[in-house]
Design a protein around this ligand. Structure first.
Ligand SMILES: [Zn+2]
Length: 130
């Protein structure tokens, strides 16, 4: 009999670090790669971590946008496929390719830096009345 792996629903910020009580939503007979997506009972789940020894697969739910956003321009890097906003975008290099932390889809990005100027008064030029 092949080994059974339990797909466990993780809480936000939770990772598979111990063999504790888990919310098992499905069992399968192989260990998937981290970052694949499953559809289980009509819901989408992203594999965020695996724990081979315990036979556990940690997943988080997500949803794809109905339409892919073509050119997003947001304060943080935002996934065109699921809308996930990466609040650690500042850690990325100025441009390149990355994958979404929530749905695993790949995207290209470029950091747009806006330039602003500040000014403070120093000396007002005098007017000579003639
Ligand atoms: Zn995404």
């Amino acid at each position: 009999m092949s080994k059974i792996y339990q797909i466990c629903l993780l809480q936000p910020r939770e990772f598979l670090q111990s063999e504790g009580e888990r919310n098992v939503i499905k069992e399968i007979n192989y260990m998937p790669d981290v970052s694949v997506n499953f559809e289980i009972n009509g819901e989408l789940y992203h594999v965020v971590s695996t724990y081979e020894r315990a036979g556990m697969i940690g997943v988080r739910p997500f949803q794809y946008n109905e339409e892919v956003e073509e050119d997003l321009y947001e304060d943080n890097l935002t996934c065109p496929y699921c809308g996930y906003e990466d609040e650690d975008s500042f850690e990325l290099s100025d441009e390149g390719e990355t994958s979404c932390g929530r749905c695993g889809s790949e995207m290209e990005y470029e950091r747009v830096v806006e330039v602003h100027y500040t000014s403070t008064p120093k000396k007002k030029n005098e007017v000579i009345k003639i």
